[in-house]
Design a protein around this ligand. Structure first.
Ligand SMILES: [Zn+2]
Length: 453
């Protein structure tokens, strides 16, 4: 059971944020490279000085674009080095695992009598990274021909947004030199027998609403106060949320509906720095923050127009003989930096906290050789792959932003989704079956639309 022992060894490296042990992971990758691919050259690259990838048949590169933020890169160069390559990505880091919430130590990676391997990262996503490598080793041993170069990458810091991980990596010359045509990144476990293949993901719009208006004594019935406008706005937001939740309850997956949560509020008149607030004072300003997640099927411009409509309704509902002073002229609508409002009505401004650009990915990609590769694998192995939209954000968005098609896929069926939860586990048989899936899928992807294959 060498395969399981290798998986356990990777799980035992504590790469939990905020202090992931990347140096131990690098030592592990080097040892693994030598045992899975005997004789593999191991190259250390510091900084972005791309060496060509097409000079060797296989190579393991430890790339440090940023000190202490290593990227593990396995490149398998094949018959047609000029064709765009296939990129198989996983992240090395995991989210924290407070031991007191777990029934067994989260980095012990014991295999229970039931066959479950319990550890942080079993699902998200050390399994996937190891399965890529195990499958690549089998492909190499069995001399299965691959038309396109395959790059297997292990990146740092996905769980904290990839600021020192995928984000600078995709902008590097090294990344450009990899000449990627298609990528795979993480998916989610499914409880049923089918597997979800995420062809796109929702984008996050994190917005701060700032509402100004009349202030004064709390005993009066003032016109145009911030709180009443907030009440109208919240009513619109939550009416919309109810409708979206109803769609979800009726069976539409979370990835295909718009979600929103108002996650913080700030306002009130205070004279002690926010320790207490005056209940008899109407504040002149109130703020709240909203986490919107928007599916690729929604046109961002029409969603913006909808938000503007709700803001305008709130203004109209509070409109009065003595309106609050209007804010300055709205900024040019194309500007959406942190310094300029994203949206503005007379007294309401919306500021971007994080505004991911829309990524238009069709739900079922037609005429896509990559989707065909999945369908071919399903046929070979008698599996059921279903297209889906990822409900949250993954590193795949940075790849898609470069115009590179990328799917999210983690071969875990018959498994409850436990990412970021205590007692995260994966059954050993599901793990091993996943290696077999990649052993079929990777050659299909690497030979997709290759002349003569
Ligand atoms: Zn993940």
């Amino acid at each position: 059971m060498e395969e399981l022992a290798r998986f356990q060894a990777y799980l035992r490296i504590n790469t939990a944020q905020p202090t992931p042990n990347y140096s131990e992971a690098v030592i592990f990758f080097k040892g693994l490279g030598q045992s899975l691919f005997p004789g593999i050259p191991i190259v250390e690259q510091h900084g972005d000085e791309p060496r060509p990838f097409a000079t060797v048949p296989i190579e393991l590169r430890i790339l440090e674009l940023i000190p202490q933020k290593p990227i593990g890169l396995l490149a398998m160069i094949q018959c047609y080095p000029d064709l765009p390559s296939v990129y198989l990505n996983s992240h090395i880091d995991v989210v924290p695992a407070p031991a007191e919430e777990w029934s067994s130590p989260p980095f012990e990676a014991a295999i229970l009598p039931s066959g479950r391997i319990v550890a942080r990262g079993t699902q998200d996503m050390k399994s996937v990274g190891m399965q890529y490598l195990e499958a690549m080793a089998k492909i190499r041993r069995e001399a299965i021909p691959l038309g396109r170069t395959v790059h297997v990458t292990f990146v740092p810091d996905e769980e904290i947004g990839g600021v020192y991980g995928t984000q600078p990596f995709v902008k590097s010359r090294t990344f450009a030199a990899m000449h990627i045509g298609f990528g795979l990144d993480e998916g989610l476990a499914t409880e049923g027998p089918h597997f979800d293949v995420f062809t796109g993901e929702r984008v996050a719009w994190w917005l701060r609403f700032e509402i100004k208006g009349n202030s004064g004594h709390g005993s009066k019935l003032l016109d145009d106060t911030p709180s009443e406008k907030m009440a109208h706005l919240l009513h619109s937001l939550y009416t919309f949320r109810d409708a979206e939740r109803a769609k979800m309850r009726a069976g539409t997956p979370l990835g295909q509906v718009t979600s929103l949560n108002v996650d913080w509020y700030r306002g009130g008149v205070t004279t002690d720095g926010g320790r207490t607030f005056h209940v008899n004072c109407v504040p002149g300003k109130i703020e709240f923050g909203v986490d919107f997640r928007i599916p690729p099927s929604i046109d961002p411009e029409s969603f913006k127009a909808r938000l503007m409509g709700w803001m305008q309704q709130a203004e109209d509902a509070a409109a009065a003989p003595t309106p609050a002073p209007a804010l300055e002229t709205p900024a040019a609508p194309t500007q959406t930096t942190a310094e300029t409002p994203f949206l503005q009505t007379r007294t309401i401004r919306v500021w971007p906290l994080q505004l991911n650009p829309p990524i238009n990915t069709p739900l079922v990609p037609v005429n896509s050789p990559w989707w065909d590769a999945f369908m071919g694998t399903a046929k070979d192995m008698g599996l059921d792959f279903q297209p889906a939209v990822f409900p949250a954000a993954t590193d795949a968005r940075h790849i898609r932003e470069h115009g590179i098609p990328c799917f999210g896929f983690s071969p875990m069926n018959l498994t409850p989704s436990l990412l970021h939860q205590p007692d995260e586990y994966l059954h050993k048989d599901i793990y091993l079956a996943g290696v077999e899936i990649y052993r079929h899928l990777i050659p299909r992807l690497a030979n997709a639309a290759v002349p003569g294959r």
